[in-house]
Every structure is written in structure tokens, then in C-alpha cells.
Design a protein around this ligand. Sequence first.
Ligand SMILES: NC(=O)c1ccc[n+]([C@@H]2O[C@H](COP(=O)([O-])OP(=O)(O)OC[C@H]3O[C@@H](n4cnc5c(N)ncnc54)[C@H](O)[C@@H]3O)[C@@H](O)[C@H]2O)c1
Ligand SMILES: O=C(O)[C@H](O)[C@H](O)COP(=O)(O)O
Length: 383
Amino acid sequence: MKFIIDDKIPYIKGALEPFGEVVYLPGSKTTPEVVKDADAIVTRTRTICNEDLLKDSSVKFIATATIGYDHIDTDYCKQAGIEWTNAPGCNSKSVEQYVLSALFVLAEKKGFGLKGKTIGIVGVGQVGSKVAKVCELLGMNVLLNDPPRERAEGPEQFVSFQQIISKSDIITFHVPLTMHGEDATFHMADTLFFNALERQPIVLNSCRGEVVDTFAAETAIQRGQISGLVLDCWEREPNIDRNLLQLVDLATPHIAGYSKDGKANGTTMSVQAISRFFKLGIDDWQPQGIDLPKQTILHLNGLNRTEEEIIREAILFTYDIRQDDKRLRQSPDQFEKLRGDYPVRREFPVFTIQYENIAKETLEKLKKLGFRIKQSIMVIDSH
Ligand SMILES: NC(=O)c1ccc[n+]([C@@H]2O[C@H](COP(=O)([O-])OP(=O)(O)OC[C@H]3O[C@@H](n4cnc5c(N)ncnc54)[C@H](O)[C@@H]3O)[C@@H](O)[C@H]2O)c1
Ligand SMILES: O=C(O)[C@H](O)[C@H](O)COP(=O)(O)O
């Protein structure tokens, strides 16, 4: 068998070698010639898996180590008898961490508290539902919009897109990119959307660039229709609009899902799916040696600090979005390189908080976010 694997997929080396030839290549170099005699591709969003790539090939299975699969022409795959899989939920906790970091940084920059603010979540799947849960934990009012789920589950917990537009102080998009049908998300945030906003919200897009119309977003900022914009995903990546880059509050190079945990989950799900498809017998394969950051222990003293300040410090200790923002502004032409050489980032459960003077309720919230909690041990000097 022959496997073509994107060389930016971590922790996969050695997994498939016992079963055949394995070729590691950059996504951009995964060409029709390369995949011609392959049995499977393990890929990312940078390889467009369509007829141009796959026709005349022997590919039978595509595993993308990502949540999104808009880079796979699923209609063509069906017609060509090629099976495929994505990695649902793999990096959803990473996006949750990204959104929290963005919210805390913006709240401080713009001088408001998160408690009591209304956040509209558009798309309430793996990512949106996690973002909803943590925002509720922070005392925010959460509005959920997800027409496909509303049709399937009933209207009780959902609101219309119109209500999101009129009632939200913050709007965050977590939809897949879809071009057709009643739920199409292409340019969901267009001129009509921005013109209709009533509360000058902050808008976040960490799903796909094409969900927000670049020109409409620029105009909305210039007209003061929104009070902030956070962009992780951009139209025409990696050639992002430099004018928009100047205008947004926080700009990052499509890394919301780039925790090492998220990456490792994507790899695990891809390898296990390949194993099931080709009956390789490694259905419970797990990656080894997931990188750790230099510091995983945070000493947190809550004396004279509000709950929001305490939680903010804990979140930003694990991930400070301003560092990604700085790197992108310094080198916008290095968009793909910044992604490829992304620093080690881990999710909350690898961090231990050693605390002093923190109320029980706040500790409960930190635990619910996933942190490990330990009381600081007082060292008594015997001299
Ligand atoms: N920036 C990143 O690094 C990053 C990381 C992970 C995911 N993503 C993107 O985020 C998207 C969402 O991820 P997920 O794991 O939550 O996916 P998911 O499939 O679990 O959830 C998507 C939700 O959106 C809903 N939806 C579809 N069309 C809608 C519409 N028109 N209006 C409102 N809701 C709609 C669906 O019903 C579903 O519940 C992915 O498709 C991917 O493109 C980006
Ligand atoms: O869909 C996803 O999972 C995310 O957008 C993911 O971060 C994409 O990563 P990439 O394949 O571009 O490295």
C-alpha cells in the first residue's frame, strides 16, 4: 500500500510505515502525479481534494486531520467511490481556548466586563456548544443560532439569526463553510448583516474566512457599525487583505485550532480511520510524546482580585492571543510559515493552578474549564 501524508501533520511518523510505503509531502506538493498510485491520503485544509487531484488515481480513502472539510469535493468522491473522513471535534477545545483568550483581551482593552454581556453564537456544533458552555460559566447571556439543529431538535434553545443581530454585544461564528442550500454560510456576514446590527457588537470569525465578506467588514469598521473584529480565518488565505489587517483588533493566521492536543486528536482520528478502512489492526493507535510548554504550573493569588481577573490570568497563562496577533502583523507575508512553525500550545487540562485566597466558587469554575487545582503549600521558615 502507499500512503501520502501532509508533512505538517504531527505525531504520525511510524504509524503507517509497517503497512506500506509512506510519502510525506507539503500540502501544496500533493499533486495528481504524486497521488496517482496512492491508496490513501492523510491531509489538511491546504490540499484541495477534487477531480483535478484524484481522477486517474488509485486513491480509495482520504482522511483529513481537521474538523472542516470544505477542501474535499464530497460529491466527486461519492461519484468516484472514494471514501473520506474528517476529525469531528478534534480541535474544538483549542478554539474554545482561542475565543476565551480573545474575549478577555478585548474586554480589558475596551474596558468592559464579560459578566452580563450577551454573546450570540452562530453555529452550535462541537465548537459553538463548548464556547456556549464556558460563556455561561462566565455569567454571560448566551444566544444560540443553528437552523439545522433547530429543525431537528425543535426551537426551545435557539434564536433566529435576526435576533442574534439585534440582541448581541458579541457575535462569534462557528459554522462550516457551505456555498449552497438554505443554510449556506458563504458571506453570512455581508453588508446586510453589518447594516442591521443594533448594538455595535464585537465580531469574531474563527471558522472560515469566506463566512465574512472582507469588503463589508472593512466598511462596517469604518462606519462604526461594530466595535471590534477578531479574525483568525480570512478570505483568500494566505494572501490576506492588508487593509483589513490594519483595521481588526486581533489578527491571527488561522491557528485557533492549533493546540498540540487538537493536532494530536486529528492525527489519532485519521490513523484510526485508515486502520478501520484498510483493516490494519491499529484501531486503538495513539500518538506518543505530545509536546509540553515550558511552564505548566501557575501560582495564582486571588487577594483583592475579582473572579474575572483570576480566570483571565489563568486563561492567558495557557494562551495569550496577543502573541499570535503580533507575529502576524510583523510578517503578514509569512502567513503559512507562521502556521507551519507554530509554537507549542496546550489546552487547560495540562496546567495546574496552585492557589491562594481564591473562593470555592471560582475554583469550581476553573475546574470546570479543565484546570487542575492545588492549594499552595505555605513554607514555614524555621529560622
Ligand atoms: N480556525 C480554526 O482553526 C478552526 C478550528 C476548528 C474548526 N474550524 C471551523 O469551524 C467550523 C465549525 O466547527 P465544529 O466542529 O463546531 O463543526 P460542527 O459540524 O460540529 O458544527 C457546525 C454547526 O454549524 C451549524 N450550521 C450549519 N449551517 C449553519 C447556518 N447557516 N447557521 C447557523 N448554524 C449553522 C450546524 O448545524 C452545526 O451544528 C468547522 O466547519 C471549521 O470550518 C476552524
Ligand atoms: O478545520 C479545522 O480543523 C481547522 O480549520 C484547522 O485548524 C485547519 O488546519 P490546517 O489543516 O489548515 O492545518
